[in-house]
Design a protein around this ligand. Sequence first.
Ligand code: FES
Length: 95
Amino acid sequence: MSDDPRERIIICRCNDVTQKEIEDLIDQGITDIEMIKRITRIGMGPCQGRTCIPLVAGIIARKTGKKVEEINIPATRIPVRPVPMGVLVGDDDEE
Ligand code: FES
């Protein structure tokens, strides 16, 4: 691990993604949250991005000079078909 303190700042706790990983992608020109999400899996953890997506939007805004309101937030995707509640809470008795 380097001495870069951004490697110790976790932006997505569900998937262990650091501030440095996010900022490196933005520095490479990737400023679309949907693309950052596909590369790093931010927003795909149990919290579905409640914590990390707003943080990443803030980082993108800061690094690109945009307002946070100008950053496109990925749409929430609901399940295509009904899911038994037991599956969502990890009950093994459900199909
Ligand atoms: S903190 Fe990123 S998906 Fe939960």
